[in-house]
Design a protein around this ligand. Structure first.
Ligand code: GAL
Length: 933
C-alpha cells in the first residue's frame, strides 16, 4: 500500500471508492455523520506526529473558516511551484476524527459511507481499516463499509492534506479552503436493493407525446410506476401518448417510483428534449434563450458550505429577477441543489470539477489535459459528475470543466459523456475547435464579435449555436452594456444567450468594526503571498445574497416580455419560450391613477402593437406582474417632456465696485460668493465648501481593468491618473454681471499639460434659490476621455437620507441603470452612495429634484435629469481606501452635480465602455437650482 505522502503526488483518481451512481431518494435507512468532529493539524505530510491536541470542528465546514489555517484567494496562479504532479511540502494536513455509534437500522444491512465534498486530498479509515482515498473535492465518493462498521463505538478518521497532485486539476477562481465542506452520511444498502437508476425521457412537441426509459441497477425484480401511466418495464422505451413537458417556465414533474422487495426509490422526472437544429438551440422544439448566471456556492461565513434553504432562496431570487439558467461554475453543486432547479424551473449546465488554468501562465506547458498520466483522473471526474446528476430534468448540459486548455483527456471525456448520455448537450469553452461539443461557447466575447457570430459573418465551428458561458463581469460598479448583448440575443436565433459572471460575491466576513460595520475581506487579507485581491468580489448579489444594483438592471434586461411605449402605442414582444401572456397581470398608471390593463393574448415569440388612448402630457407606466408569484416581470414607462427648471423672480447680484475688497463676499439672494475664487460659499444657513469643477471619478473596478477592445492601452483609470484628471488647478478669470446674473469665468486644467476646460458659471437667484447655468468647454489637446464633467461641493455636516424625484431606486450610468424608473424615491445615506466591498465610484442618480437631508435642514437640488452623487467621503479618500469598513464615520457630505457622466463598461473582465457611452472632451451644459430646504 502506498504511503499518504506518495498518494498525494499521484495523478491517479482516488482509490477504494464504489462506482459512481446517482444520489437517490430511498427509503433505506441513513445516518448523518455531520456535527462536531475533532481535528488536529500538522504543518506538512513530512511532519506527522501524534503529539498534537485535538480540538472540535464543525462538519461540514472549511478548516480555515474555523481557525485552522487561512484561506487563499488566487484566480489562475497556482499558489505553489508548478511541478506537476507534485504538491509542495508546505502542505497543512488536518486529521479529522469522529467517534460514533451506528444506528441499528443502518447496521442491519450492508452499508456505504458517503462523502459529498471534501476539499483537498484525504485518506479515510474506519475503525483503523483503510477505506481508500478521496480525490475530486466537489465530487461524491462512496466506500463500502459493510463488515467494517460495527456495533458500539466506531472511529472514523480522515487525514486531509490541502495540496496534492489533484490541486493541479482544481484551479478554479475561488478561495482555496480545505475541509470536509459537504455532508458525510452512512447509507444502508439493503440486499437486493437499488444500486442505481438512470431515467431517460423525451418530449415530442408535434404530438405532445413523451418517451420514458428507466434503467435500474439491481439484483432483484424491479417494479417501476409512474402514477399517471401505471407500471412500466425497466430498460424498455415506453411511449406515453400525452405528457406535460418540463420547461423552466412550466417545471412539471412526475413522480416515479422504483421498487424492489427490499428498497423503494422515489424520483421526480420531467419530459423534455434538448437538441440543436440548424444552428439553433431548441427545447421541446422551440428556440431556447438562456438568461443565465454563473453560480458558485458561497457563504461569507461558511464558504462553500451552503445549506439548502439558502440555495432555495437564491433560486427564488433569481426567478424573481427573470434569470432562467444556471451554470454551476466550476464544479457540481451540492447534489440537492438540482432537486430545487428541477422543481423551481431552471436550465442548468452542470460543470465538472476541473480547471487547470494556471498552466496558461506557463504557456500551457505540462497541462494535464493533454498528458496521459492524468487521463484516468479526467475520466473519473467526468464520470462522477454525470452519474450523480443524470436524472435531473433541469440539467441540459454537461460541461467538461473550465479553462483547462485543450488535449486528448478533454476529448476523451467529451466522447464519453456523449456516449453515456446522448440526450444532453456537451459544453466546453476552452477548445475553440469545438469538435466534441454541441454548442460553440466563449467567454466575454465582445458585442461586435457576438453580432458577427449571430449574423454568420464570423467564423464559428460547425454551425453550432453560440453560448456565452460567461459575460458581463459584475464586479463593482457595473457591468455596463447588458442591453447591447441582450438585443443581439433577441435579434439572432443562433445566439442562445449566456450566463453572467457571476451570481454571488465571494467576500469572507472578518468580524465587525467598533462602529458595527461588517468587515468583508478578499484576496491578500489573509497574508497570502500570491493572490488576486478583490477579483473574487464580482457578483450580482453580495456575499449575504442581498441584491446589488446590477441584479435589478439585469431583471429588466432579461425580462421575457419586451414592452415599449412610443407615442400613443404600446409594443409588446412575448419572449417566453412557450408561455402566452395569460399568467401575467398588467397595470397602467397614468399620473397617480392606476388601473388594470388587459394584455393582448400573444403566443410565445409573437409581437403586437396596441393603440393606447392616453393623455401623453402625463407620465405613463405599464407594469406586468406574475399572477402567482407577484413579482414584476416587465415594465415600460413614458415620460412627457419636462421643461427646464427656471427661477421666476430674479434678484440682482450685489457686486462691489471694481477694485474694492468686499469682506463679506458677493451676495446673490441668500447666497454668498468668495470674491477670490468666484465660488459660492454660503446658501442660506448652509456653508458650501470646495465648490469646484471636476472631470474625474473614483476609479471603479472596471475603470481599473484593461478592456478587451483596447488591450494596447492602459486601463482608463491609469490614463486619468497619467493626465492627473483628479488634480485640476483652477484660475479665476473674472466675475461680472449680466443683467440679474452673476457670471463667473474660470479655467481649470491638470498640472503639466496644456489642456483644460473653460467654465462659465452663470448664477441667478429669486431671493432664496440659487440657479446655476454652467458651460464647460475643453481647450487644448486632451490626452484622455473624461470620467465626468460637473461640479463638486462639500457640506460640513453628514446627511442621513436623500429623497428624490427622478430615476431610481438604483443608480444609473449611461450603460447601466436599465432597472431605474422615474418616480419618487428615498434612500438612506449608504444605499444612495451604494457601498461596495472595495470602495469606488458608484451611486449616480438622474434626478429632477432631490433633498439631501442634513437633519432639520437640507440642500435641495432641482433640474431635469441631472446626475448627482451624494456620499460622506471625497473621491480621493474612496480611491485610497481598500475596504468599505476602513472608510471613516460620516462627518460631512460630498455632492456632485454632473453635466455628463461616462459609462462604466465591463473591462474588469471583458469589453470596455462602448464608444457611444464614453465621454470625450466636449462642451457640456448643466442647469441646476439649489436651495436650502
Ligand atoms: C473567467 C473564469 C472565471 C472567473 C472570471 C473572472 O475566465 O472562468 O472563473 O475567473 O474569468 O472573474
Amino acid at each position: 500500500m502506498t504511503s499518504f505522502l506518495e498518494d498525494l503526488a499521484s495523478p491517479q483518481p482516488g482509490r477504494g471508492g464504489l462506482p459512481a451512481r446517482a444520489h437517490l431518494h430511498t427509503d433505506a435507512p441513513r445516518q448523518s455523520l455531520d456535527g462536531t468532529w475533532q481535528v488536529r493539524r500538522h504543518p506538512s505530510p513530512r511532519h506527522l506526529t501524534d503529539d498534537l491536541d485535538w480540538s472540535p470542528i464543525r462538519v461540514p465546514g472549511h478548516l480555515p473558516l474555523q481557525g485552522h489555517g487561512a484561506p487563499i484567494y488566487a484566480n489562475l496562479a497556482y499558489p505553489f511551484a508548478v511541478d506537476p504532479p507534485h504538491p509542495p511540502d508546505d502542505n497543512p494536513v488536518a486529521d479529522h476524527r469522529l467517534e460514533f455509534a451506528a444506528d441499528t437500522a443502518v447496521l442491519a444491512h450492508p452499508s456505504v459511507l458517503r462523502f459529498e465534498g471534501v476539499d483537498g486530498a484525504a485518506t479515510v479509515w474506519l475503525n483503523d481499516v483503510e477505506l481508500g482515498t478521496l480525490r475530486g473535492s466537489r465530487l461524491t465518493t462512496e466506500f463500502d463499509v459493510t463488515g467494517v462498521l460495527r456495533g458500539g463505538t466506531n472511529v472514523l478518521s480522515v487525514r486531509l492534506a490541502q495540496w496534492s497532485a489533484h490541486s493541479y486539476l482544481e484551479d478554479q477562481d475561488m478561495w482555496w479552503m480545505p475541509g470536509i465542506f459537504r455532508s458525510v452520511t452512512l447509507l444502508a444498502r439493503p440486499d437486493g436493493g437499488i444500486r442505481d437508476v438512470f431515467v431517460h425521457t423525451s418530449y415530442d412537441h408535434r404530438d405532445g407525446s413523451g418517451t420514458l426509459r428507466v434503467e435500474v441497477d439491481s439484483s432483484s425484480p424491479v417494479t417501476i410506476s409512474l402514477p399517471a401511466f401505471g407500471d412500466l418495464q425497466p430498460g424498455e422505451t415506453h411511449h406515453l401518448r400525452l405528457v406535460s413537458p418540463w420547461t423552466a417556465e412550466t417545471p412539471i414533474l412526475y413522480d416515479l417510483s422504483v421498487r424492489t422487495p427490499s428498497e423503494s426509490v422515489d424520483l421526480r422526472i420531467g419530459f423534455r428534449t434538448v437538441h440543436v437544429e440548424d444552428g439553433v438551440l431548441k427545447l421541446n422544439g422551440a428556440p431556447l434563450l438562456l438568461r443565465g448566471v454563473n453560480r458558485h456556492e458561497h457563504d461569507p461565513k461558511h464558504g462553500r458550505t451552503v445549506d439548502l434553504e439558502t440555495a432555495r432562496a437564491e433560486l427564488l431570487l433569481m426567478r424573481s429577477h427573470n434569470i432562467n439558467a444556471v451554470r454551476t461554475s466550476h464544479y457540481p453543486p451540492n447534489a440537492a441543489f438540482l432537486d430545487l432547479t428541477d422543481e423551481l424551473g431552471f436550465y442548468v449546465m452542470v460543470e465538472n470539477d476541473l480547471e487547470t488554468h494556471g498552466f496558461e501562465l506557463n504557456g500551457w506547458r505540462g497541462n494535464p489535459s493533454d498528458d496521459p498520466q492524468w487521463s484516468d483522473a479526467y475520466a473519473d471526474r467526468m464520470r462522477r459528475t454525470v452519474e450523480r446528476d443524470k436524472n435531473h430534468a433541469s440539467v441540459l448540459f454537461w460541461s467538461l470543466g473550465n479553462e483547462s486548455g485543450t488535449g486528448a483527456n478533454l476529448d476523451a471525456i467529451a466522447v464519453w459523456a456523449k456516449a453515456r448520455d446522448p440526450e444532453r448537450l456537451v459544453h466546453y469553452e476552452g477548445d475553440r475547435r469545438s469538435i466534441y461539443t454541441d454548442v460553440y461557447s466563449r467567454m466575454y466575447a465582445m458585442t461586435d464579435e457576438v453580432e458577427r457570430l449571430g449574423a454568420g459573418t464570423a467564423p464559428s465551428p460547425r454551425n453550432l449555436p453560440f453560448v456565452l458561458c460567461e459575460y458581463a463581469h459584475a464586479m463593482g460598479n457595473g457591468p455596463g452594456g447588458l442591453t447591447e448583448y441582450q438585443d443581439l440575443f433577441h435579434k439572432y436565433p443562433r445566439l442562445a444567450g449566456g450566463f453572467i459572471w457571476e451570481w454571488v460575491e465571494h467576500s469572507l466576513y472578518g468580524g465587525t468594526t467598533e462602529a458595527g460595520r461588517t468587515i468583508e475581506l478578499y484576496g491578500g487579507d489573509f497574508g497570502e503571498k500570491v493572490h488576486d485581491g478583490s477579483f473574487v468580489v464580482d457578483g450580482l448579489v453580495h456575499a449575504d445574497k442581498t441584491p446589488g444594483p446590477a441584479l435589478i438592471d439585469l431583471a429588466r434586461v432579461y425580462a421575457p416580455v419586451s414592452v415599449e411605449i412610443t407615442g400613443d402605442t404600446l409594443t409588446i414582444v412575448n419572449r417566453y419560450h412557450g408561455l402566452d401572456l395569460s399568467h401575467l397581470d398588467a397595470e397602467l398608471t397614468i399620473g397617480d391613477a392606476t388601473s388594470a390593463f388587459e394584455l393582448p393574448k400573444l403566443e410565445a415569440g409573437a409581437a403586437t402593437t396596441v393603440p393606447l388612448e392616453i393623455d401623453l402630457t402625463r407620465p405613463v407606466t405599464l407594469t406586468l406582474r406574475h399572477r402567482e408569484h407577484g413579482h414584476e416581470v416587465a415594465w415600460a414607462q413614458h415620460l412627457p417632456a419636462r421643461p427646464p427648471v427656471t427661477l421666476t423672480s430674479a434678484v440682482t447680484p450685489a457686486l462691489a465696485p471694481a477694485g474694492t475688497v468686499v469682506p463679506a463676499g458677493i451676495t446673490l439672494g441668500t447666497a454668498v460668493f468668495d470674491p477670490a475664487t468666484g465660488m459660492p460659499i454660503r446658501l442660506g444657513d448652509l456653508d458650501l465648501h470646495d465648490v469646484a469643477i471636476s472631470l474625474w471619478r473614483a476609479p471603479t473596478e472596471n475603470d481599473r481593468g484593461v478592456g478587451w477592445d483596447e488591450t494596447h492601452l492602459p486601463p482608463v483609470a491609469d490614463r486619468w491618473a497619467a493626465a492627473r484628471l483628479h488634480d485640476l488647478r483652477t484660475r479665476l478669470v473674472d466675475v461680472t454681471t449680466d443683467g440679474a446674473a452673476l457670471v463667473v469665468r474660470t479655467r481649470s486644467g491638470p498640472p503639466i499639460i496644456d489642456a483644460g476646460v473653460d467654465v462659465t458659471w452663470r448664477w441667478t437667484s429669486d431671493g432664496t434659490a440659487l440657479a446655476l447655468d454652467l458651460t464647460i468647454t475643453p481647450y487644448g489637446p486632451w490626452p484622455c476621455d473624461w470620467a465626468r464633467a460637473g461640479v463638486d461641493l462639500r457640506l460640513d455636516r453628514p446627511t442621513t437620507r436623500v429623497g428624490w424625484t427622478g430615476y431610481g431606486p438604483g443608480p444609473q450610468y449611461p450603460d447601466t441603470g436599465q432597472g431605474a424608473r422615474h418616480g419618487s424615491w428615498s434612500a438612506d445615506r449608504d444605499d444612495f452612495a451604494v457601498r461596495t466591498v472595495r470602495p469606488q465610484e458608484h451611486g449616480s442618480r438622474r434626478i429632477d429634484d432631490a433633498t439631501v437631508d442634513l437633519g432639520g435642514t437640507g440642500l435641495q437640488i432641482s433640474g431635469v435629469d441631472v446626475p448627482i452623487t451624494v456620499r460622506p467621503w471625497s473621491r480621493e479618500l474612496i480611491t485610497a481606501t481598500g475596504h468599505d469598513h476602513e472608510l471613516p464615520e460620516a462627518t460631512e457630505t460630498w455632492i456632485s452635480l454632473d453635466a455628463a457622466v461616462a459609462g462604466v463598461g465591463t473591462a474588469s473582465c471583458g469589453q470596455g465602455v462602448l464608444p457611444q457611452y464614453r465621454l470625450a472632451p466636449s462642451t457640456q451644459h448643466l442647469k441646476v437650482v439649489l436651495r436650502q430646504s
